[in-house]
Write a protein that binds this ligand. Structure first.
Ligand SMILES: NC(=O)c1ccc[n+]([C@@H]2O[C@H](COP(=O)([O-])OP(=O)(O)OC[C@H]3O[C@@H](n4cnc5c(N)ncnc54)[C@H](O)[C@@H]3O)[C@@H](O)[C@H]2O)c1
Ligand SMILES: CC(=O)N[C@@H]1[C@@H](OP(=O)(O)OP(=O)(O)OC[C@H]2O[C@@H](n3ccc(=O)[nH]c3=O)[C@H](O)[C@@H]2O)O[C@H](CO)[C@@H](O)[C@@H]1O
Length: 419
């Protein structure tokens, strides 16, 4: 039986490890975080993602998955550690990938395959990973093999997308590509596209950059629509009826571990990338624009109290990584506003999260920053009765549009893109 050692048991590494373990592979999951390992040893998921607690219990029963803090000899090593953005240098911070590869070097044997799933800048496998692994004394493409198999699954629907999405497999050589393809065939039902490692690195970054640039376009169109006093949401919906138009949605900015940072990995060595940089800057500036809308509404109110609805980086998940809500909250605090936060999913955050009624009580403005489905069904008239002033900025266009019959609520709803 093939044995695989997965380094990094986060949102990507752990689901991947469990899928391999459930499909005939012997898996050792390695993480440097003791809490993660202890939680897994108790057969519990360290984070929530639909379908994975059940899968973990299944592989615990089968004894095909073990969690450990130590890398051990295996046929395949898979790296899924974080690749954060170094804001000062404006480039990928590869320290976790480097340290994971150094850990592998101590156990590397002839015939091994090393797969990098972490998102990395173009040429990282060819230049950086190869050099580190060759410190073992073995030679890449002769004694062992390196490939890049970027992950494309979307948080909130990871299980379905990991199994059914098409995947890109990039190798330093043909043998690396073949070995990687055979391994992923154990659970992937989508097509596998085979290419070089550098092309695969580039493809992953292009996909997220495409989305970022299109979101920036939607944000800019939203701001322009304000000048013309039209509803951007209606305009986009109708424009998207064109068979070749797919304008994304405006909002308070782009969060998450990927789209807000990956475009920078593309531009770090480029002399000429004005569009990608501009798009990033537009999206990063959106919390300032939302705050401007709030300021217009609460102007003249003494000591305004602002209620934030949703701090997860997107709807119906608990993940707050790089959420635009943080920037909005910090800016609003600088403005002297008191902030109360309600989020039905998020449990851990750097600001307190409170219950809905408490969050709305005495508020001067509700600001929606996340499109949780729950917000679609809110009874705004009841909420408005608890507010001191009935103002709403709905940056996600998610709240119900109509007041219920029998209630009169003088709410002043400001959608982004419509004044
Ligand atoms: N989360 C996503 O939706 C997503 C999707 C596609 C690609 N990616 C990419 O996948 C990679 C992993 O992202 P994630 O969201 O799973 O990160 P994560 O922060 O959820 O998990 C990473 C784990 O790696 C562990 N770790 C760090 N250094 C280690 C080492 N040397 N050895 C073993 N474990 C180590 C950490 O303790 C952590 O538990 C990143 O490059 C990310 O850009 C993420
Ligand atoms: C190309 C692609 O699809 N990549 C996906 C992406 O996953 P994600 O969860 O980060 O992506 P999104 O859902 O796009 O959310 C990001 C932020 O953008 C905001 N947003 C979104 C759409 C819109 O029209 N207007 C917006 O304002 C949203 O609120 C949120 O803050 O990266 C993962 C890791 O690489 C991939 O694996 C995964 O396939």
């Amino acid at each position: 039986m093939t044995k695989i050692c997965v380094l990094g048991l986060g949102y990507i590494g752990l689901p991947t490890a469990l899928l391999f373990a459930n499909n005939g592979i012997d898996v050792v999951g390695v993480d440097i975080n003791e809490r993660v390992i202890n939680t897994l040893k108790g057969c519990s998921m360290p984070f929530e993602e639909k379908g994975f607690q059940e899968l973990l219990e299944e592989v615990c029963k089968k004894e095909s998955f073990r969690a450990s803090m130590k890398v051990e000899e295996a046929d395949v090593f898979l790296v899924a550690v974080p690749t954060p953005f170094d804001a000062e240098l404006r480039m990928a911070d590869l320290k976790y990938v480097v340290s994971a590869c150094e850990m592998i070097t101590t156990c590397l044997k002839k015939g091994n395959l090393v797969i990098i799933e972490s998102t990395i800048p173009p040429k990282t496998c060819e230049k950086r990973i190869r050099r580190i692994l060759e410190q073992s004394g073995l030679k890449s493409s002769r004694d062992f093999y390196i490939s890049h198999c970027p992950e494309r699954a979307i948080p909130g629907n990871t299980l379905d997308e990991m199994v059914n999405n098409d995947r890109v497999i990039g190798g330093l050589d043909e043998k690396a590509i073949e070995l990687t393809r055979d391994l992923y065939l154990s659970f992937v039902k989508g097509n596998l596209y085979l290419t070089t490692s550098t092309t695969a690195e580039m493809i992953k970054l292009m996909e997220n950059t495409y989305r970022d640039v299109n979101i920036a376009l939607a944000n800019e169109l939203g701001m322009l629509a304000e000048d013309y006093n039209i509803n951007i949401w209606e305009a986009i919906e109708i424009a998207n009826k064109h068979p070749r138009v797919n304008i994304h949605k405006p909002g308070p900015g782009v969060g998450g571990h990927c789209i807000a940072i990956d475009p920078w990995f593309l531009t770090e060595n480029a002399n000429n990338s004005s569009l990608i940089t501009l798009a990033r800057n537009i999206n990063d500036s959106m919390p300032i624009h939302v705050l401007k809308k709030v300021k217009e509404l609460v102007n003249g109110i003494e000591n305004p109290v602002i209620t934030v609805f949703g701090v997860a980086y997107k709807g119906d998940i608990a993940d707050t990584r790089a959420t635009p809500a943080i920037k909005f909250i910090k800016l609003a605090e600088k403005e002297g506003y008191s902030i109360k936060i309600y989020d039905p999913f998020v449990r851990e955050f750097e600001y307190p999260i409170i219950g809905l009624e408490e969050a709305v009580e005495g508020s001067d403005c509700i600001v929606v920053l996340t499109d949780h489905t729950e917000f679609q069904e809110m009874d705004l008239d009841i909420l408005c009765q608890r507010m001191r002033n009935r103002n709403i900025v709905d940056s996600k266009n998610i709240l119900p549009k109509q007041s219920k019959p029998g209630f009169k609520c003088n709410r002043n709803v400001v959608l982004l893109g419509k004044t």
